[in-house]
Ligand binder design. Sequence first.
Ligand SMILES: [Zn+2]
Length: 134
Amino acid sequence: MPLKVLKICRYCGGVIRLVPAAAIYGTAAAKRLELEQEWIYQCQNCNARVGCHKGTTRPLGDVANESLRLKRIETHRVFDSFWRSRRMTRSQGYRWLSAQMGLSKRRTHIGGFEMDQCQQVIDLCTNFNEEEAA
Ligand SMILES: [Zn+2]
């Protein structure tokens, strides 16, 4: 299934453009975040945005407004601390997550997840930790 082409913002109908990450975060921050080579789709009207698969202009998912961006960030934090605390590598963590969610590895990117998928990740990590502790 081809990824949807991002041209029109799903929130406001504004025009989406592909911009270098440095244009959004600033050159210094982009460098620190290792995003200097990366691209971001950004709505020119409401600032909804989404990143791309590393080194490509292929979007990770649909653009996110501020509340979805915050949810994606929170989900990343929960998931990263989950696999780290279990002494997994990042790629082992993602393999576990794709299996749990029934998604291909290529579609398992929190940066492209919707609200419900983000919550699913948080629940999976939380429940897994609780079962271990029980
Ligand atoms: Zn918009």
